[in-house]
Write a protein that binds this ligand. Structure first.
Ligand code: CU
Length: 140
């Protein structure tokens, strides 16, 4: 092989590795909120999408999502959580807090004002996840 062929081969392998990394690890991964002073807080980068785009929280505890909008594109000007009646403007190059308390477990999509950028808030049941389904055979 010539030096040029070797370079092309290395470049191709690097490109494949990057594509694998991009699809396997950089997208669609959920992040669990960290509790800060009784509030479940998550930083979300807004730039052509939401990252992370899946946010996992627990029901019954206040949630604070810190959206940093790192662009001026009109598309991401607002963030909307239909289930919680939230339609919040996000000024460019600033952090905007969106706070609410999800009471019911479930999956709640969020989106930009035009319904193009999408994310998902996953609300898990509070505490022990299987407490409600444990058998009651020891009760009198
Ligand atoms: Cu949009």
């Amino acid at each position: 092989m010539t030096a040029a062929q070797i370079a092309v081969t290395i470049g191709g392998v690097a490109a494949i590795a990057w594509v694998l990394w991009f699809f396997l690890f950089s997208r669609g991964t959920g992040i669990a909120a960290a509790a800060v002073g009784g509030v479940q807080e998550v930083q979300v980068l807004v730039k052509g999408g939401y990252s992370p785009d899946t946010i996992i929280v627990q029901a019954g505890t206040p949630v604070r999502l810190q959206f940093y909008r790192d662009e001026t594109a009109d598309c991401s000007e607002r963030v909307v959580f239909d289930a919680f009646g939230i339609n919040q403007e996000l000024p460019a190059f600033a952090t905007t807090s969106v706070e609410f308390t999800p009471d019911q477990p479930g999956e709640y999509p969020f989106r930009c004002g035009m319904n193009m950028l999408k994310g998902l808030l996953v609300v898990e049941p509070r505490g022990e996840r299987h407490a409600a389904s444990s058998p009651h055979k020891f009760h009198d």
